[in-house]
Design a protein around this ligand. Structure first.
Ligand code: NDP
Length: 310
């Protein structure tokens, strides 16, 4: 691909040092005509590929860049950067969708089938037959790319899924409610999956009052962001046995500090932000397509709404 000035497109890669070895071959294979570099004069680059952990804090000198393409779906660490005036695209790719749907479904089935109770522990405890999926209401907060993927897989198994989004926009096969009906949705959710972005509006959305609305026995699964739930309120609610359990993949501080109560609470399962990784094999073609669009002046994919923050 040429920039139209007879030169190859030059792209700056800014992510953690470890990411370069993983990403560079896949990105170059997806877009062989691009010159992908880790350094160089800022005003020489046509686009930036970005992930947290990189070395760019000030985007202003990258005056020629037509696109900043995030390798992450969550963009809360970059969206408030005032030096960033270039179009910002977030990561949406099939691997992320599939990974997140599998994560949510796997942990939802652990809750639904009471695997912890029924796995062999030396006691013949056959007094409780789990209900079928069709009798187990699931709520998914966030009906974006990942929330819809999770809802689709869970609905395919037979769970009745209610979705919640800012707009309440319709999604086939899901009973979607706008955010002002959140309290009613929480009141029926036996499995609650949080897939909202981290924005000023979603911080501590699940506070003490809302946690108290959940029915007895509910499991919370949060692969969205740690800021969505008030940590202390969750611990106190878990101490009272309601919700029954929380599976947490994301935290206010990551890695989760060794002394944090979540590590030790018997009703908390911690996973290390692995719900859905951006895999170069599936994501590099998405990045390549957006870079091609940027250079051709065509509409960009997956643009972040800077005012909304996602
Ligand atoms: P999208 O931007 O596609 O979707 C976001 C959804 O949240 C939309 O349905 C939106 O509503 C809804 N929403 C936003 N703000 C509010 C609000 N205040 N109240 C109610 N609903 C709201 O995001 P994705 O689905 O792609 O990703 C969701 C999040 O998942 C990411 O932001 C990231 O934090 C997390 N993530 C976690 C990973 C992990 O490994 N743990 C991996 C990747 C992502 P509407 O449709 O009306 O706009």
């Amino acid at each position: 691909m040429s920039t139209g000035r007879g030169e190859a497109m030059k792209v700056r890669f800014s992510a953690s040092p470890a990411a370069w070895g993983e990403w560079a071959p896949a990105l170059r294979a997806a877009l062989p005509e691009m010159r992908l570099e880790q350094e160089g004069p800022p005003d020489s680059f046509d686009a930036i590929i970005y992930a947290p952990g990189g070395d760019i804090d000030d985007f202003a000198p990258y005056a020629k860049a037509r696109l900043v393409q995030s390798l992450w779906a969550g963009v809360e660490r970059i969206v408030t950067n005032r030096t960033l005036t270039q179009p910002l695209a977030r990561m949406v790719d099939p691997g992320l969708r599939q990974g997140m749907a599998e994560y949510c479904t796997g942990w939802a089935l652990r809750a639904h089938l009471a695997m912890d109770r029924h796995a062999q522990d030396g006691v013949w405890r056959n007094d409780q037959v789990p209900p079928l999926a069709s009798d187990r209401p699931v709520a998914v907060l966030g009906m974006g790319e990942l929330g819809r993927a999770a809802a689709g897989m869970l609905g395919g198994i037979g769970f009745p899924v209610t979705g919640v989004s800012a707009s309440g926009r319709a999604v086939p096969g899901v009973d979607v409610r706008p955010i002002d009906q959140l309290d009613q949705v929480l009141g029926r959710a036996q499995i609650l999956i949080c897939l909202l972005p981290d924005t000023p509006q979603t911080g501590n959305l699940l506070d003490a009052r809302r946690l108290a609305l959940l029915p007895q026995g509910t499991w919370i699964i949060n692969p969205g962001r740690g800021t969505l739930i008030d940590d202390q309120a969750l611990l106190q609610a878990l101490d009272r046995g309601r919700p029954a359990h929380a599976v947490l993949d994301v935290f206010r501080t990551e890695p989760l500090p060794a002394e944090h109560a979540f590590w030790h609470h018997p009703a908390v399962t911690v996973t290390p932000h692995i719900a859905a990784a951006t895999r170069p094999a599936t994501a590099a073609p998405v990045v390549a397509e957006n870079l091609r669009r940027a250079m051709a002046g065509r509409p960009l994919l997956h643009l972040v709404d800077r005012a909304k923050g996602y």
